[in-house]
Design a protein around this ligand. Sequence first.
Ligand SMILES: O=C(O)CCC(=O)C(=O)O
Length: 313
Amino acid sequence: MLEQSVLPHLRTHGFVIVPSFLTPLELSALRAASSALISLSAEGKWPHVRTTGKQFPPWDPSLVPYSAGIWGVQHLLHPSLPLPPDHRNAFVKLYFSPKLLALSRGILSLGPDHDSGLVMELFNLLCKPTDGRGFELSWHRDDIPPSAAPEEEVAKLHKPGEAYSHTQWNLPLYHDSSLLLVPGSHLRPRTDTERGAGPYEPNLPGQIVVELNPGDLVFYDNDILHRGVYSGDKERVTLHGSVGRADGGEGEGMRKRARNVLQHGVGEWVEQADFSCLGEGEERKGAEGMRTRLVEMGREAAQAGAVGFSLVG
Ligand SMILES: O=C(O)CCC(=O)C(=O)O
């Protein structure tokens, strides 16, 4: 997919697929790093995990390794990730890779230079539940609760034509058919059918399964109605990240984005993260700028009061 067509496609449909984004070499390095991290997490050696039975943060790490499966691992840029340097560096290099940031800048309507106002955000992975049992996320928009009335939904939805304040992506390392969404639903309040449907409704009108091959990339608008359906016996390792733009919002906009990022606990370690594998050139400078802007956003949000959590459950 051409870089210029990514943003229009995302705006219209609420998601856009970039096929074969990873090279075979990148894919194999990321598979090795992810599989090591998932194994360590399942043994209880990495506490920042998403446990089955709970969809939104905070999760309870004391449930692992005995009474819950893991469906996600958090903080792939954390300085204490219990992995050898080549595995940790694979995550750092991917998150800050020029090709990923170029696409993100396009989506965020930012200029092409390295220091152009991007903000570091989340980098996690989603996986087949480690207890071997299926797990389902309910239909949701990431930052608008299901209890919202239609007027509240309209007020909170991203306005068509406005620059995006952030963008979010999934990058599967194995074939992935776990993400379900309703194309176009990011532009409107829920229909009566969607509003009345159960949280795990298997057949919402217009829903699609996003089918992705290993190394494909999908960006999606997190206002889109979506859910995850995790199979207990189909391999899933999908990197899940986001980046923002520093001037992406003021007042409630800034607090909303800060909440989305900082509710995951990134603020506790971001200043210690090690990006030295990027060298001393432009890539490193860009990464350091992104980190600094996240720290500043956190500081401003903290001054304005507790950040809280977006959704509960
Ligand atoms: O499993 C997925 O791809 C969807 C994850 C999701 O809905 C979320 O993190 O909000």
